[in-house]
Design a protein around this ligand. Structure first.
Ligand SMILES: Nc1ncnc2c1ncn2[C@@H]1O[C@H](COP(=O)(O)OP(=O)(O)OP(=O)(O)O)[C@@H](O)[C@H]1O
Length: 325
């Protein structure tokens, strides 16, 4: 079986003179959760629309669930589910009737059983007879998710499923995603909730102004890898003295103050594992005569990476008060 559920290559889409998607290429591994990131207007919805067949690409190829030809793509699409941004609900319908309506519309076999299965999957079985209009935003979103999974898709694509949800709703969504993943479903979803993405995604794809500007594991895509985050050391001495003490050390390529007693260090040769890196930094600082109170790996968060990629002039968190080099 192919390792990728989706391979998008050189996708292009313009609306009039607006280039919405410019040669976007990325892939989604089978059985994984992939996050689709980018500022408003980056082109995520347009790419999703082309994958699912709502929009025709101007150029590029889409290999979806092993199918590539135009006629074959519809077979792949039938094996996938799509939840659009702000899906429509029918407030007067009960959750059960809503799902039954779509199950019949799509010709889903064993509709009654599949409706129960989908209700169970999103935790709405006990609320099945209630009107959708009486549901919270999170419950409505779960009902829509249930609708997208009635036909047991092997690939689920969701456009901002966490939009407008409170923390409980987001946590519920996360639990559902994890459960689906453990059942072998591949998920691609867009979101602006970066911390949430970090918790649930195996991989992420960043878009900006129609282009894919980075893709990979959250821990890998920080420019320079995780070493880019550096090591955060707390020392006892005054910062000026600390920076002076290590200024001549060739093993430390960069050091700057990131807190009252904290230094952010980048080592010249970054050890492969975090523990060794911390030990090495501690011994270097001690050798410089400093009293080391703690050393931790300072991993860039997905938010740092997002801001670094989309607004390079602004990198969150670290206010360099003093810099060596
Ligand atoms: N039907 C359309 N006609 C004209 N322009 C469009 C159309 N659909 C999208 N666009 C434009 O294409 C660009 C990409 O939009 P798209 O909705 O794909 O971005 P997005 O990354 O999904 O944004 P958001 O995070 O806000 O949902 C935007 O500039 C948008 O205004």
């Amino acid at each position: 079986m192919a390792t990728h559920a989706l391979v998008v290559n050189g996708l292009v889409k313009a609306f009039g003179t607006k280039q919405a998607v410019r040669h976007a290429s990325f892939s989604v591994a089978r059985g994984e959760i992939t996050g689709f990131l980018g500022p408003n207007g980056a082109g995520k919805t347009t790419v999703m629309g082309m994958i699912i067949g709502l929009l025709e690409p101007d150029a590029g190829t889409i290999e979806f669930l092993g199918r590539r030809d135009r006629s074959d793509l519809s077979i792949a699409r039938a094996r996938s589910g799509y939840l659009q941004e702000r899906p429509r609900i029918y407030p007067e319908m009960s959750a059960r009737n809503y799902l039954r309506f779509f199950a019949d519309l799509y010709g889903v076999p064993d509709a009654a059983m599949r409706v129960n299965e989908a209700l169970d999957r999103v935790g709405l079985r006990s609320a099945a007879e209630r009107r959708l209009g009486s549901f919270s935003r999170g419950m409505q979103q779960r009902a829509c998710l249930a609708r997208a999974m009635l036909h047991r898709p092997e690939f689920l694509m969701l456009d901002e499923p966490a939009l407008g949800l409170d923390p409980n709703g987001v946590a519920d969504m996360r639990a559902i995603f994890r459960e689906m993943k453990s059942d072998g479903v591949t998920l691609l979803f867009s979101s602006h909730q970066l911390a949430e993405m970090e918790r649930v995604c195996d991989s992420v794809v960043f878009m900006r102004e129609g282009e894919v500007i980075a893709a990979g594991r959250p821990s890998e895509i920080a420019p320079g890898g995780w070493a880019n985050g550096g090591l955060r050391a707390e020392v006892f001495e005054a910062m000026d003295n600390a920076l002076k003490a290590i200024s001549a050390m060739p093993e430390i390529v960069e050091a700057r103050q990131v807190g009252p007693q904290h230094l952010l260090l980048h080592l010249k040769a970054f050890p492969g594992d975090a523990r060794t890196a911390r030990a090495q930094a501690a011994s270097l600082l001690s050798a410089a005569g400093l009293t080391v109170l703690s050393v931790d790996v300072d991993m860039p968060t997905l938010e740092d990476v997002f801001l670094g990629l989309t607004r390079p002039e602004f990198v969150a968190g670290h206010e360099p008060a003093a810099t060596l080099m």
